[in-house]
Write a protein that binds this ligand. Structure first.
Ligand code: C2E
Ligand code: MG
Ligand code: MG
Ligand code: MG
Length: 278
């Protein structure tokens, strides 16, 4: 009967909540062990420029291998944001990337993107940390591009743009990541001191068969170009998509079609291919 069903439903919710909680605690503990042992790694994914066909930038992406298999950042970053561990992750990733830049002259011509999440910006003085490590590693800030998601930016109190402006003031580039998913207005885009706009992968997926989506992307790309922003399209997986994105006016592209995220040693080999030279 209804009462019984209600009771069961209630218990079901209680159980799933308890399960969720246990999962979060288990994940937090495993993650803390990995952080303490400095087991996180960074992979790099090339970003290709249409006008030259060459890699002009790389994006750093954190990797966590646990007992032989990778755990996706899509699952552990949100938990790390809740537990506060995102601060430690962010610091370790930043230092690994800067160390790779110092040690590898082969990367000198590339701009390097680093993802920074909402909690990383707000839980402590991120800009102060960024300035300090750039000085410590003696890295030209102009080589670093900080990627903030559109939704993280929209969380900023009163949309004052204080944090994005401080990052720009350090001399770093700024990119707005996953653009098109956060319902920000075009006037916000105009005010934002971002150099680069990364169109979310959800656009790319439907591009080849959905004419409306194509029109939207075309409009976004031309607006961005008119206000001086470089447009990167994410998630390009086929030659057909790549051609279309170029036709639509995108400046750069990133996706499995060109290269997957890879460890530093593989990246260095990739950058030595004949296609990247001359
Ligand atoms: P994101 O910054 O938008 O990064 C792009 C994601 O798309 C990466 O997933 C990349 O591997 C994936 N990708 C690239 N090309 C393709 C493609 O052609 N097809 C498909 N299906 N996927 C593609 P990944 O590495 O799993 O990272 C997921 C998200 O986790 C990132 O999205 C970013 O939001 C976050 N993340 C990754 N590394 C870090 C980090 O060091 N710090 C912070 N705060 N967040 C990170
Ligand atoms: Mg990113
Ligand atoms: Mg993205
Ligand atoms: Mg994304």
């Amino acid at each position: 009967n209804a009462k019984q069903a209600g009771g069961n439903t209630y218990r079901f919710y209680q159980d799933t909540m308890a399960d969720n909680y246990r999962n979060i605690v288990a994940m937090r503990n495993k993650l803390q062990a990995a952080l303490d042992a400095e087991q996180l790694q960074v992979y790099y994914q090339p970003v290709m420029e249409f006008s030259t066909g060459k890699t002009v930038a790389i994006e750093s992406l954190v990797r966590w291998q646990h007992q032989g298999s990778f755990i996706s950042p899509v699952s552990f970053i949100p938990i790390a944001e809740q537990t506060g561990q995102i601060i430690q992750i962010g610091e370790q990733v930043m230092k690994m990337v800067l160390r790779d830049l110092v040690e590898n002259p082969g990367l000198a011509k590339l701009s390097v993107a680093i993802n920074v999440s909402a909690q990383q910006l707000r839980r402590y003085d991120f800009v102060q940390f960024l300035g300090a490590v750039l000085a410590e590693y003696q890295i030209d800030p102009a080589r670093i591009c900080i990627e903030l998601t559109e939704s993280a930016l929209l969380e900023e109190q009163g949309h004052t743009l204080a944090l994005p402006n401080q990052i720009k003031a350090l001399g770093c580039q700024l990119a707005i990541d996953d653009f098109g998913t956060g319902y920000s207005s075009l006037s916000y885009l105009y005010r934002l001191p971002a150099d680069i706009v990364k169109l979310d992968r959800s656009f790319t997926r439907d591009l080849t068969h959905d004419l409306k989506q194509r029109k939207i992307v075309e409009m976004l790309v031309s607006t961005c170009n008119q206000i001086g922003k470089t447009v990167v399209i994410e998630g390009v997986e086929t030659a057909e998509m790549s051609e279309l994105c170029q036709q639509l006016g995108c400046d750069r592209a990133q996706g499995y079609y060109y290269a997957r995220p890879m460890p530093l040693a593989e990246l260095l080999t990739f950058l030595n291919r004949p296609a990247e030279q001359g």
